[in-house]
Design a protein around this ligand. Structure first.
Ligand SMILES: Nc1ncnc2c1ncn2[C@@H]1O[C@H](COP(=O)(O)OP(=O)(O)O)[C@@H](O)[C@H]1O
Ligand SMILES: O=C(O)C1=C[C@@H](OP(=O)(O)O)[C@@H](O)[C@H](O)C1
Ligand SMILES: [Mg+2]
Length: 168
C-alpha cells in the first residue's frame, strides 16, 4: 500500500543485494516527463493503470532487479499474474495509522487527495488487502522498524526463501 516503503526500502534492498532498482512510478514519470499526479489529471486513473501495466510487462521479465510497484498495481488480474509468475513478491505491510502518518502530508499521491483521506485509505486497504495477500510470496511487517533494519531482515528472508524454493 502507499506509504508501506516500497520505494524507500526497495532502493536500499537493491543496494544491499547489488541489484538494479526499478520503481515503476519513477519509470513512468521519466518516460512521460510529468509527475504521476499530472497523468491522473489528464488521463484519469484508467490511463495511468494502462501505463503501469505496460511498464510492469517491460520490466517483470528482467533478471537481477529489485522492482517496486505502486500500491495499485495489484488491482489488475493481469498484473497479479505477471508479478507472481516472474518475481519473488514481497508484500510490505504496515498498520493503517502508520501508513497514514507517512503519506498524509504528501500531495503527490492523487488517490488520497480527497476530503477525507483517512477514510479513503481505509477503503483502499479493505479492497486491496486480499489482493496483496493473493500475490505475495513473502509478507513482511515494517511497523516502525528503521529502514536499515528492515533491509537486513529482508535480505535474510530472501536467502531463506531462495534456499527453500529455487533449484539453482
Ligand atoms: N520503515 C519506515 N519507517 C519510517 N518511515 C518510513 C519507512 N518506510 C518508509 N518510510 C517513509 O514513508 C514515506 C513513504 O515511503 P515510500 O517508500 O514512498 O512508500 P511507498 O513507495 O510504498 O508508497 C517516505 O517518506 C519514507 O521515508
Ligand atoms: O496505490 C495506488 O493506487 C498508487 C500508489 C502510488 O505509488 P506508491 O504506492 O509508491 O505510493 C502511485 O502508483 C499512484 O499514486 C497510485
Ligand atoms: Mg513508491
Amino acid at each position: 500500500m502507499m506509504g508501506a516503503g516500497k520505494t524507500t526500502i526497495g532502493r536500499a534492498l537493491a543496494r544491499a543485494l547489488g541489484r538494479e532498482f526499478i520503481d515503476l512510478d519513477l519509470v513512468i514519470e521519466a518516460r512521460c516527463g510529468v509527475p504521476i499526479s499530472h497523468i491522473f489529471e489528464v488521463e484519469g486513473e484508467e490511463g495511468f493503470r494502462k501505463r503501469e501495466t505496460a511498464m510492469l510487462n517491460e520490466y517483470a521479465t528482467q533478471n537481477n532487479l529489485v522492482l517496486a510497484t505502486g500500491g495499485g498495481a495489484v488491482l489488475a488480474p493481469e498484473n497479479r499474474h505477471t508479478l507472481k509468475k516472474h518475481g519473488i513478491v514481497i508484500y510490505l505491510r504496515a498498520r493503517e495509522d502508520e501508513l497514514y502518518r507517512r503519506i498524509a502530508k504528501d500531495r503527490h499521491r492523487p488517490l488520497i487527495q480527497t476530503q477525507n483521506p483517512r477514510a479513503r485509505l481505509n477503503e483502499l486497504l479493505t479492497l486491496r488487502t486480499p489482493l496483496y495477500n493473493e500475490v505475495a510470496h513473502l509478507t513482511f511487517d515494517t511497523g516502525s522498524m528503521p529502514i536499515a533494519q528492515a533491509v537486513q531482515s529482508l535480505v535474510h528472508l530472501l536467502q531463506t526463501y531462495s534456499h527453500d524454493h529455487c533449484s539453482s
